[in-house]
Ligand binder design. Structure first.
Ligand code: SAM
Length: 247
């Protein structure tokens, strides 16, 4: 079912649960994401999973049942973290709108076994008010998190990373740039839509870009791009454009 963004809410909150919160905090403090947060278009919150550990050593992992190498993130602190963050969102949203529903919040677990993240999903996610990301580490996360806590398991590609933080940041960037006001003018996004395709879900055209100087060493930019002939430029773009994100 298509979801419509609820305009009574002013911003989308990305809650990232990780054992390396500094990684995600640094990411939110630069460039357009920093500006977007200042403008209250979105909020990026990194949460240290150890905050929800119960022992004095703040343990969040344990050995896998059945044996095997490495450690697995435990379900209990993750369950507590997700519950706390959902309730925090409910309470803070209710200050502005009492109708905040759990359906406006989505919990995503990152795993290379998950569904492949796409531009279409980025559009769908941009309609939520809260996105909770669970970043795995070590040998992964207790499978009951996928079964009982997460709404969705996502992969950013067929390779194995050391943790879910880069996948989380990837999804944040892809979703954030779709929020009106984050990437300059809305036309920046619209102009690359495929004409007559029925909307962004059917993909974008991405074409090569050049800037000054016109000639660097012996490498010239395509002459048509500096010709001033907009029709020819349009034809060149159509010819060299590639469709990205078509489902
Ligand atoms: N066997 C583990 C699994 O299936 O989740 C892989 C563990 S990996 C070394 C550690 C963590 O990195 C994962 O739990 C996941 O959160 C994250 N991760 C690694 N590669 C990923 C990918 N391609 N997409 C999304 N998350 C990934």
């Amino acid at each position: 079912m298509q979801r419509k963004r609820c305009f009574l809410f002013t911003m989308i909150t990305f809650d990232v649960i990780t054992i390396f919160p500094e990684l995600v905090e640094a990411f939110g403090k630069e460039s357009l994401l920093k500006r977007a947060q200042k403008k209250k278009l979105l909020k990026i919150q990194a949460h240290d999973l150890r905050k929800w550990a119960k022992d004095k050593h703040k343990t969040v992992d344990d050995k896998p049942f059945g044996g095997g190498l490495g450690m697995v993130l435990r379900i209990e602190p993750i369950y507590k973290a997700v519950t706390a963050l959902k309730s925090e969102a409910r309470n803070s949203k209710s200050e502005t709108n009492s109708k905040f529903k759990s359906s406006q919040s989505k919990t995503i677990l990152f795993t290379p076994r998950g569904k492949k993240f796409t531009q279409k999903m980025a559009y769908e996610f941009s309609k939520f008010n809260q996105l909770i990301f669970i970043c795995g580490r070590y040998e992964g996360v207790d499978e009951r998190v996928a079964k009982h806590i997460a709404d969705e398991e996502l992969s950013i590609g067929d390779y194995v990373l050391m943790g879910g933080e880069i996948p989380a940041m990837t999804v944040i960037e892809a979703v954030a740039r779709l929020i009106p006001g984050v990437v300059g003018k809305p036309a920046f996004l619209k102009e690359r839509l495929i004409k007559g395709s029925g909307g962004p879900k059917n993909g974008f055209i991405e074409y090569p870009q050049y800037t000054r100087p016109e000639t660097f060493k012996e490498w010239r930019v395509p002459r048509v791009l500096v010709s001033g002939n907009h029709q020819k430029i349009g034809e060149w773009k159509a010819k060299h454009g590639q469709i990205v994100g078509k489902q």
